[in-house]
Each structure stands twice: as C-alpha cells, then as structure tokens.
Design a binder for this molecule. Structure first.
Ligand code: GDP
Length: 480
C-alpha cells in the first residue's frame, strides 16, 4: 500500500539485519526508517489509535462517587509449602459453600466467593507468590488483602519471607493465619517473635498486623479469620460501581471439548452479564454462558464486582493476567483483539526493551524522566546473598547512602540463589536484582533476559555500595 516494491523493502530490511517476509511485523523505529529510506509517508499511529481510543478511554473512566457501592474484598493466600494453604481453603469452602459440588474443571488457580454474615469474601488461590506477582507485573492487580499462612510448629520459612516481600511490594494489607495451632509442637510466641523481626508486629503486641490462630483440621479459628478479613475490608472501604460495563482480569482459561473456550475471570468493577461483548488480551467474543466457579454446572446470568466466574463464548483462550473489557461493538472488539495478536507475534520475533537497569535508571535520571514525584525517584532493589551476615553488612552500608532526590528501597533481602520469584517481583516492581556472592539459577537467568531485568553480581560489599552511591549521584560509569 506504499507504492514501493516489496522486494525493495525486504532488501532494505536485510541490510538492517532483519530477515523478513511480507507478513513480518516490524517495530515503529524500523517502520520509520523504512519510510524515510524509500521516501514515503506512513502513519504508524493509526494502527494503535483504536486501542487507545477504546481501551484507554475505558481505563480512564472515573466512577462518580455517588455510584460507588461496597464490594467484597478479594483475598489471596500466600505461604510456605505445606503450611496449610490448600487445607485452609478447602475448609473454608466446606463450611461456607452449600453446593458441595466443587471441582469439575481442572483448577490451577482456584477462585470462588463465599458468604459470611450477610457479606461475601472472594478468594483467589494462586499457585504461589510467583503467580501472584506475575499477574501484578501485567497490571492485573486483583488482590485486596493477603493472608499469610504460617504453620505454628514450623515458623517463618524461606518462602514465607518471599511471600512477605511480595505482599509488601503489592502494598496490600497482610493478615497472618497462624495455622496448625492444634499440633503439640505449635509455638505461637516464637512465630510472633519472628513476625516482629520481619517488620510485621502483631496487634497483640501493640502492632497493626492481625494474627489469627487457625487449624485447618479442627476448623478452629476459621470463623475468626473470615471475620478479621471482613473487618480489614471495612477499614479499607473497597467499592465499585455495579452499573458500569464490567472490567476485570482473566485468571486462567482452557479449551473444553463440549463448551469451547472456558475462561475463569474475576470482575474488578461493574457487572458482567450473559450477552456482553468482551475483549480479553487478543481474544474476543460474546459471553454465551457463565458458570459458578465452584459448581461448573450451575449457570449464572450475571457476575457482580469481585465475583469470579467462568465464561464461555470467547474465540480463543486468553492468558492468565489478561485484562478484559466490555465493549458495545463486536467489530471493534475483533479489531482490537486482532491488532493485539499481530503485535504480540511481532514482539515475540525479537526486540525487547530493558525494563530497569542501573544504566537505564541513570539515563532516565539524566533525561529528567524520573519525574519529581517520590515513587519515580526511587530505585527498587532486591538483594540475594550467600549469608545473613552479607545482607546485614550490605544493608548497613546502604543505610549510609543518602541523597536528597533519589532513594534506594530494598523490596526483599534474602539468602540463596536468585530465583524466578525474584525476577517476577523485580518485573512487577521495576527493581534491579543485586546478587551478592550468589548466582541466578538457570530459569531465573533466562526469565530475566526475556523480561529485560538486570541482575547485578558482586562479591565485594564496597563495590556494590560504591556503584549504588555513584548511581544516586548520577555519575555511574557505563558497565565495562
Ligand atoms: P499447602 O502446601 O500450604 O497447600 O499445605 P497443605 O494444605 O497441602 O497441607 C500440608 C499438610 O499439612 C497436609 O498433610 C495437611 O493435612 C496438613 N495440615 C494443614 N493444615 C493443618 C492444620 O491446621 N493442622 C494439622 N495438624 N495439619 C494440617
């Protein structure tokens, strides 16, 4: 459509080192280069504008305060393996869901809503804090409250520590369930002690973290846990506008033989109804049917805010963390979905951008694009080190770093190799990972590469702090 022979364009692309065919998607920069090279004018903005026009507009809708009503909180359980996450969830379903027909479709992420004292609580059970943070990295924040499960006989374990940092980075309130309280080895005082050391001071000890003693076996404390969740929700006043077209997030999806694509979604605002036109990631369609997440044979006609629901009718399976929007025009939904599919195909072909790195931070700083607001001028770091001692030494040195405009914030500091969870956390929080005397495991390294996350390795404390200092002062030398 440019009047320039395809071969010519392909040849130019080849000189740029890109092997392309006529279906290849190219990035904006290359497009502009090509246009200049061949003396044609192109309007690259056109392709993006429909998405901007429709989706951005929806994102920007601000609900009139008069339309807002209380909505159920969405709760996620986090904790070390075997501390009782699954058992507690099961017990809550047993006690509070009448249907009893749970199961049916394969559930990796369980999501359901339960009734409690005339109110409701939604639970989204991600397989771990990695999944929790991976969703957040995609802007798909669904969690309002994190419940941290700690076995009272075992105390805070490495994954508990990670879960704490992930919940803190998400800036959601944390409630602690001190589980397995029925065991003779349960030692609540010891765990409270550990919690205090991790900056989570229990209310019993004058802090602001609610600690509820539970047993998934006897059921002790479950009511009290649910009550505490509702109290916390009341305090935070979660609201939504039930009368607007729904927006939400896909939690997982699958291709079923009889019902086609079944997507488990959670409504974040508005009300989703059968018949609604939906675009979700690069899939779209009209909601043909909705099913209860706990009882997949039970049909629903609508899902209000915070309600997880399985929907049928999308043309393909959306990804976990894809946001959905209700539109009023199916052609528009198709156009946006197609545009996104094309774009993700082109992205997977190559060029990825570095998200955060020391150099990038410094560059943005020099350009003044870090902005004046506090959050923007903070460099988030995640520290992994070989020993507690190294972490303490590093932290002590870092406390001495002081700069009026730029701050360093440690999201997590723990012992052990850099893990996939660290990389997802870094991705979600725009953080750089500092690896002190440790190396990333293979999976972490490749995920970091894919997502443009910088892992900076050091083996001398002063070297690490020196670079951080140089960075704060804006005089970091480019990496050799
Ligand atoms: P998850 O890995 O955190 O999901 O842990 P599970 O729910 O699978 O529980 C791990 C093990 O601990 C199972 O054998 C459970 O039966 C047991 N368990 C979980 N909660 C309790 C509890 O409150 N008391 C006791 N005694 N055992 C529990």
């Amino acid at each position: 459509a440019t009047g320039v022979a395809t071969v010519k364009i392909l040849r130019t692309l080849m000189t740029l080192g890109t092997m392309a065919n006529i279906n290849t998607m190219i990035d904006t920069e290359t497009g502009e280069y090509l246009a200049a090279e061949h003396g044609v004018e192109i309007n690259l903005k056109d392709a993006l504008s429909i998405e901007d026009e429709v989706i951005t507009k929806i994102e920007e809708i601000e609900d009139d305060p008069d339309t807002l009503q209380e909505r159920p909180p969405v709760v996620t359980f986090l904790g070390h393996v075997d501390h009782g996450k699954t058992s507690l969830m099961d017990k809550i379903i047993d006690k509070n869901v009448v249907s009893g027909e749970a199961g049916g479709i394969t559930q990796h992420i369980r999501a359901y809503i339960v009734d409690k004292d005339d109110k409701q609580i939604a639970f989204v059970d991600t397989p771990g804090h990695e999944a929790f943070t991976a969703m957040r990295a995609r802007g798909a924040n669904v969690t309002d409250i994190a419940v941290l499960i700690i076995a009272a006989d075992d105390g805070i374990m490495p994954q508990t520590e990670e879960a704490i940092s992930h919940a803190q980075a998400a800036e959601v309130p944390i409630i602690v369930a001190l589980n397995k309280i029925d065991l003779p080895g349960a030692n609540p005082d010891k765990v409270m002690q550990q919690l205090s050391q991790h900056g989570l001071l229990p209310t019993e000890w004058g802090g602001d973290v609610e600690v509820v003693k539970t047993s998934a076996i006897s059921g002790e404390g479950i009511d009290s846990l649910l009550e505490t969740i509702l109290l916390t929700a009341e305090l935070h006043e979660y609201t939504a506008n039930p009368d607007r077209p729904a927006v939400g997030v896909c939690l997982e999806s699958e291709q079923e033989s009889d019902r086609g694509v079944l997507a488990k979604v959670i409504v974040k605002n508005g009300t989703l109804r059968v018949g609604d036109i939906v675009v979700c990631g690069s899939s779209h369609g009209r909601v043909k049917a909705m099913y209860d997440t706990l009882n997949p044979r039970k049909r629903l006609t609508e899902a209000t805010t915070s309600t997880p629901v399985s929907i049928a009718g999308l043309d393909q399976a959306p990804g976990a963390g894809d946001k959905f929007y209700v539109l009023d025009d199916i052609a528009q939904a198709r156009e946006i979905a197609t545009l996104r599919a094309d774009r993700s195909r082109s992205e997977s072909l190559g060029t990825h951008t570095v998200k955060v790195s020391f150099d990038e931070f410094q560059k943005r700083r020099e350009e003044g694009t870090l902005g004046n607001n506090e959050a923007a001028a903070t460099l988030n770091i995640i520290v992994r080190a070989d020993t507690r001692g190294s972490i303490e030494a590093l932290q002590k040195e870092m406390e001495k770093l002081d700069h009026p405009e730029v701050k360093v914030r440690t999201l997590q500091a723990s012992v052990g190799a850099v893990s996939v969870a660290d990389v997802t956390l870094a991705d979600a929080s725009d953080a750089v990972i500092i690896a002190f005397n440790v190396i990333p495991d293979e999976a972490a390294r490749s995920l970091a590469d894919d997502n443009g996350i910088e892992i900076r390795r050091y083996n001398i404390i002063y070297k690490a702090t020196e670079e951080l200092k140089a960075l704060l002062e804006g005089r970091l030398k480019p990496e050799e």
